[in-house]
Design a protein around this ligand. Structure first.
Ligand code: DGJ
Length: 377
């Protein structure tokens, strides 16, 4: 009886201790460490992005299972006022239980980004979608919409962007040249001839009728309210920047290609002092690689490639992470956070987050250094 009493007291003390610990508020961001939400659970919002709306930040990301690579739940959303302490607000966009539905449980939903449309007063989510049972072959973008930041979002449709359209900087002559190329003539990749053909539009032209492939992605809303979907197209070889319609639910048909054949994934973007900066990764699956950086004074380019902005030990592996979003901290002019994932493919749910502040050299070039712990205060 005494022992039972002792056991009960022990359990009670442990439970109180755990509750106090999990309720403890965080005072800093510790990149790469387990990041607990306000209930004490590791945050499950991978490949995510953050939206600021009416005094709160909303972090949307992939709810990943303990094991496996497909989506069982959907897109999770967390809220915070200080970017350190996050409350789980539940599933913003749930998978469908309907057989054959585009977002049927078992599909792959990656890299969701939510933006607020000031004209329609709607929250619009775009995400990379792979159809159930088709691996990464579908290469589509999904659209969903909600009246509130926490959802539930309503799935609208999925597609491949800009069917029937050519890049806005392609002349009639460029189109003619691209149309003449035939993928079956270039079976071997990475040869000089293949590179030239990709540059000229080998895969672009192949995909014009059905729309461009769309995998890793982000969405950027510019100062004038225009939104752009930036995604890896052409078998992940070429990035596209595509303008969205005023309601952010479709494409205007204007798009450009960046770094054809450059093999860029994980696009992230921000604007500072009139210059756009894009940080991307190479394509090595879940393994980290060296980041790349591009800059331009116009969203429509020309985009110039610069060396990786990461500095210091392990910078050649982007500190063992891959970017997902760049957040401009609300109310600041110059505070930007590079948000990245440290993927654990054996248990994607347990993948870690690497959030780091971006600093700037005298000439305005971004730099990202490692911090074990940092805060915005
Ligand atoms: C790298 C991408 O950036 C991730 O979002 C995911 O698609 C993995 N590849 C899958 O291998």
């Amino acid at each position: 009886m005494k022992n039972l009493k002792r056991l009960l007291v022990c359990c009670f003390t442990l439970w109180i201790g755990m509750t106090v610990l999990s309720a403890q508020s965080l005072e800093s961001i510790e990149p790469g460490k387990k990041w607990l939400d306000t209930k004490g659970e590791h945050i499950n919002a991978h490949g995510g992005g953050v939206l600021f709306y009416e005094g709160k930040y909303y972090w949307y990301g992939e709810n990943r299972p303990e094991r496996g690579f497909t989506t069982k739940v959907g897109v999770e959303v967390y809220s915070s006022t200080d970017l350190m302490n996050w409350t789980d607000e539940g599933v913003a966009l749930a998978v469908s239980e309907e057989n054959g539905h585009d977002i049927e449980r078992g599909c792959i939903m990656e890299r969701p980004k939510v933006v607020y449309n000031d004209k329609t007063k709607k929250f619009v989510m775009l995400f990379h979608l792979e159809l159930k049972g088709k691996g990464y072959a579908a290469a589509r973008v999904g659209f969903a919409v909600s009246d509130t930041p926490t959802g539930p979002f309503r799935f609208i449709r999925s597609l491949r962007p800009n069917a029937g359209q050519w890049p806005k900087d392609f002349s009639e002559k460029d189109i003619k040249k691209a149309k003449k190329l035939n993928p079956s003539d270039y079976k071997e990749w990475w040869t000089p001839q293949w590179r030239k053909a990709v540059n000229t539009g080998l895969l672009l032209a192949r995909d014009v009728p059905g729309g461009q492939m769309s995998r890793d992605m982000t969405v950027y809303v510019d100062d004038d309210g225009k939104a752009y979907h930036i995604y890896s197209a052409e078998e992940n070889l070429t990035l596209n920047i595509a303008e969205l319609t005023d309601d952010y639910l479709d494409y205007t048909g204007d798009f450009i290609r960046i770094a054809p054949g450059g093999h860029n994934e994980a696009p992230t973007i921000f604007k500072r002092n009139g210059m756009y900066w894009m940080i991307t990764s190479g394509c090595t699956g879940w393994d980290p690689n060296e980041a790349r950086m591009f800059t331009s004074s116009s969203i429509w380019g020309p985009w110039e490639q610069l060396p990786s902005p990461f500095v210091g030990e392990h910078s050649e592996k982007t500190f063992y992470s891959q970017g997902t979003y760049i957040l401009k901290v609300h109310g600041t002019e110059d505070t930007f956070i590079f948000m990245a994932d440290r993927w654990y493919p054996r248990s994607l749910k347990n993948s870690r987050y690497v959030w780091l502040p971006i600093s700037f050299k005298e000439d305005g070039t971004p730099e990202i250094r490692w911090h074990d712990s940092w805060s915005l205060k």
